[in-house]
Structures are given as structure tokens and as C-alpha cells.
Design a protein around this ligand. Structure first.
Ligand code: NOJ
Length: 517
């Protein structure tokens, strides 16, 4: 990263907050900005110094806020714009940073732009969304809204059918209604997006996690148009907010980083093989795992080589769209999974509650477009008081039902115990911070990552500093041939490494970081 870029990303460890479910301070059953402010010290104490806040703007909440109806206004249920500004200030006072969630691809059907674009009479918003020019023509492969007004056309949707697609143009227009990227409508949409960013950056936010960042320009198979669009945004940021951090939900780091993002996520969709590690029947990080980490590593290395030095690849512990990590990985293996997550390059992202092993709540009805994701969005479990300290509202009013099991984990109990998951994560973050090689910018080279075999070993380096990471989630000892000469042990869980005639052997269920000479 160059000197004009946000230096704080170099040692950022993120904590993702789903605001609905974090802490309710006004007893309405739903979390709020004040709740987040009160828990900043908790987040900092864990070792996280940055926050990604899921969408918190005015919305009918048909998709948990990813259906914005006013980009310039905080959702009243969380507080006011001034409360949000206070959250930025309070975070900054603690040397922490906050990314807002920017949803550039679509709005809610409740947005005033969409309402105006429904009119059959030409107006400022006629071209704000992707409309065909006849109600009988559907935009191919996109799904659409049609027959709900007198405008003769069908409006493309980006995700759910209440999320009309904003119009950034088509890379290779084929039909008369498909506007090129440099037509007036698409240009105006892009300028408005910059205005939204200007507004919140001016208020003190530190950047954005960008929703579906790769989806903006249509008929753009190679993403050349979308990359160019984000490069245009980068130019604007370089001029006006050079320190703004940009993280994309794209899943193709080479493209995203070329577009000027600082970081991209590897996620549970696309060809990442992320699920092989954490979320499949036999994940690598479980006792029953078959141990095939190789496809993930091959894909990772391919992405890493393509994107090297342009930016970072981030592997989150989970997020509001996937099953809780603790649904498929249990006990000590959760600690081992975090030893991996917190020793990889790129900024780590911890989804709220994952630090205490919060469970996926089974059997819930969908809340706010969550469907199967609802069980991963249940209210945080702080302590053993009413509603686990999340809210003083009557239980029936809680945003989502909580985990009701008698042994549900809580932050309080885990902070008191030295052998808890949270205490382990806190130690891991501290070790990461103590070594440049283990940090976000350190390089990585895989030493042992074979098909159907344990352990996983990789070397992290920064300048002359080298750290060997060996991770063995299986229930038996596992070794590999290795010439590297290890020096001091920086971290070990489940027992230190053994050396046996040119081999390194890892204990069952263990994770170790060693300095290398
Ligand atoms: C990705 C978000 O993470 C997800 O929660 C949302 O439903 C879709 N994008 C649509 O915005």
C-alpha cells in the first residue's frame, strides 16, 4: 500500500457488527448505536481495532437494511445521524476505525428515486434504474419488477425482487434500452454514489465495505466496466478522501484490487473452497475432516499471486450471510480454526459472537429477509442476566429469538476463563500484533498443504523475520518432511512441535507458531 493509503489497515483486525443484534439500550428489542458505543471497550479489549457495521440506513428492512430507502439518513431504530457521528468519534478516541456498509447496486422499492422512476413521464430518475422499454420485455437473466405502474417497461432487480437494480450502464449494450456506461443516466447514478460516500466520509466514517461490488455494470463478463467504474471512484477518493478504506464483497481479489479496493473477501460463494475449511459435512478444521485443504490452498495461491502487492485478501470467521462457524466446528477445533484465521495475511474479520462460539439458532422463522441466515443473526449473549444482557425488553419483543440452551456461551463467562475461546482469540490477536511477519502485510508461502493429509504448514515472512505456522486439527499426530530450522516458539495450543529425523510432527488438535532461523 502506498503512503497515501490508510496505514491503519496494516494492523487492522475487524469486528463485524450486525446492529440489530448487538446491544439494545432503549428496550425496544433491537440493537442501537448507543449499544455499540457502550461496547467499544469490549471490542478493543479483545484486540480488534476496526469495525464493519452492517447497513444502518433508513430502510423498510426487507433484507435487513440491504434495501436502503434513504442513503443519507440513519435508520431511526438505531438512532440519529448525530448518534452515528458520535459512534465515529468515540471509536476514533480509542484509535479504532469504522467502515459503513455501502449498498451501491440496488435500493428498496420504497426509495423516492424508485417511486419517481415508476412515472410514465420523463423525470430526473427515469434512468436511475435498469428499465427495459416495454413491459413485455424482461431484462435477461436478472429477474424484474413489472406491471406495478403506468411506466411501460420492466425494472431489473439485483437480489430480492424488492431490490431494483441501479443503472450504471452496460459494458456491451445490445438492446436499445441498455445504456452505455457514459450515458447521462448511468453517469448521474455514479455521481450520486460519490455524493453518498462524500456525505458519510465527511461525517467521520473511515471507509466502506461495499456490497456486491462486482455487480454494478451489466453485460460485463470480464468485469472490465465495473473495474473501470471503481477506478473512477478511487480517483475521486484519492482527490478528496485519500485515507478512506475500501473493502469489497466481490470474491475475485485480482479484479477488485485492480479497481482500487484495498481488500477483498474470500467467501462462501464462488470458487474459493472456503467452505471446505469451515462449512461442509467434513470441514478441514474438524476431527471428522478428511483433511483436504489443498484445493483451498491452490485457489488462495492463485488469487494471492494475481493480487500480490496490490492489496489484501481477507478470510472472515463468518458473516451475517453464512452459518455460524460453531455450527460445523466444535470445541478445541474452534480455537484451531481461529489460529488459522489469525495467522493468515490480510485483515482478519471476526463476526460478532464468533469470539465466544455463539451457536447457529436452529428452527427460526425468517426475520427481515434472513431466511436460512436468521439463525446466524441472533442477539449477542453478553451475560447471564435477562435476555443474556442484550435487552431489557420482554423476551417476545427481541428482534430474533436467542439461543435458549442452558449452556449458551456468554461474553462475561468467557472473559473470566483463561481457557475460553475468547481468551484464546485475545492471545492470538496479541501474538499477531507482536510480529510483522504474522501481520496483515506479511507474506505467505505454503510449506505443507497436501490432499487428504494433515497438518497444514505455512511460512509467514516480513523482511528478515520468518514464522512457521503448523496447524493440525485432526485427532492424531501428523508430520511432514521439513528442513527449516525453528527457533523460539511464539504460540502453541495443544502441545509444541516435535522434530524427528528431518520431520516436523504436530500434536493432535494443535496449532503452533515458531520463529525460523
Ligand atoms: C450481500 C449481503 O451481505 C447480503 O446480506 C444481502 O442480502 C445481499 N448482498 C443483497 O444486498
Amino acid at each position: 500500500m502506498s503512503s497515501r493509503e490508510p496505514k491503519w489497515l496494516r494492523d487492522a483486525v475487524f469486528y463485524e457488527i450486525y446492529p440489530q443484534s448487538f446491544l439494545d439500550t432503549n428496550a425496544d428489542g433491537i440493537g442501537d448505536f448507543e449499544g455499540i458505543i457502550r461496547k467499544l471497550d469490549y471490542i478493543k479489549e479483545l484486540g480488534c481495532n476496526a469495525i464493519w457495521l452492517n447497513p444502518c440506513f433508513e430502510s423498510p428492512f426487507g433484507d435487513a437494511g440491504y434495501d436502503v430507502s434513504d442513503y443519507y439518513k440513519a435508520a431511526p431504530r438505531y438512532g440519529t445521524n448525530e448518534d452515528l457521528r458520535r459512534l465515529f468519534d468515540e471509536a476514533h478516541n480509542r484509535d479504532m476505525h469504522v467502515l459503513l456498509d455501502l449498498v451501491p447496486g440496488h435500493t428498496s422499492t420504497e426509495h423516492k428515486w424508485f417511486k419517481k422512476s415508476l412515472s410514465p413521464y420523463r423525470n430526473e430518475y427515469t434512468d436511475r434504474y435498469v428499465w427495459t422499454d416495454s413491459v413485455w420485455e424482461e431484462p435477461q437473466g436478472m429477474g424484474c419488477i413489472r406491471g406495478i405502474s403506468d411506466r411501460d417497461g420492466s425494472c431489473a432487480v439485483n437480489f430480492f425482487s424488492h431490490q431494483p437494480a441501479l443503472n450504471y450502464g452496460f459494458y456491451r449494450p445490445q438492446r436499445p434500452w441498455q445504456q452505455p456506461m457514459d450515458a447521462e443516466g448511468p453517469k448521474a447514478t455514479l455521481e450520486e454514489l460519490k455524493n453518498i460516500m462524500r456525505f458519510w466520509l465527511g461525517m467521520g466514517c473511515d471507509g466502506f465495505r461495499v456490497d456486491m461490488a462486482g455487480s454494478l455494470v451489466k453485460l460485463d463478463e470480464e468485469s472490465r466496466g465495473t473495474i473501470a467504474l471503481w477506478q473512477n471512484v478511487r480517483e475521486f477518493l484519492d482527490k478528496e478522501f485519500p485515507l478512506a478504506a475500501m473493502v469489497s464483497e466481490w470474491g475475485e481479489p485480482d479484479k477488485s484490487l485492480e479497481g482500487g479496493f484495498h481488500m477483498d473477501f474470500l467467501l462462501h460463494f464462488g470458487p474459493s473452497h472456503y467452505n471446505d475449511l469451515f462449512r461442509c459435512e467434513e470441514p478441514f478444521f474438524s476431527d471428522r475432516g478428511k483433511g483436504d485443504v489443498s484445493e483451498f490452498v491452490n485457489k488462495y495461491v492463485e488469487n494471492y499471486n494475481k493480487s500480490q502487492r496490490k492489496g489484501l485478501i481477507c478470510i472472515p470467521s463468518g458473516n451475517h450471510d453464512m452459518d455460524r462457524l460453531a455450527r460445523s466446528i466444535k470445541g478445541e477445533n474452534l480455537k484451531i480454526a481461529f489460529a488459522f484465521l489469525l495467522s493468515m495475511p490480510g485483515a482478519p474479520f471476526i463476526y460478532y459472537g464468533d469470539e465466544i462460539g455463539m451457536r447457529y439458532v436452529e428452527g427460526l422463522h425468517s426475520v427481515e429477509g434472513g431466511y436460512g441466515r436468521t439463525g446466524s443473526r441472533s442477539p449477542m449473549q453478553w451475560d447471564d442476566s435477562t435476555n443474556a444482557g442484550f435487552s431489557c425488553a420482554p423476551k417476545e419483543m427481541l428482534y430474533i429469538k436467542q439461543d435458549e440452551s442452558g449452556d449458551r456461551p456468554t461474553a462475561k463467562e468467557q472473559m473470566e476463563k483463561d481457557d475460553s475461546l475468547r481468551s484464546e482469540i485475545k492471545r492470538l490477536i496479541a501474538v499477531r500484533r507482536s510480529s510483522e511477519a504474522l501481520g496483515n502485510m506479511g507474506e505467505i508461502e505454503f510449506v505443507y498443504a497436501e490432499k487428504n493429509s494433515y497438518p497444514l504448514a505455512y511460512l509467514r515472512t516480513s523482511g528478515d523475520e520468518k514464522v512457521l505456522v503448523v496447524i493440525n486439527p485432526s485427532s492424531v499426530e501428523a508430520g511432514f518432511e521439513c528442513e527449516l530450522e525453528t527457533a523460539g516458539c511464539l504460540y502453541s495450543l495443544g502441545g509444541e512441535l516435535k522434530r524427528e529425523n528431518g520431520r516436523i510432527v504436530a500434536m493432535p488438535n494443535s496449532a503452533c507458531f515458531y520463529r525460523v532461523k
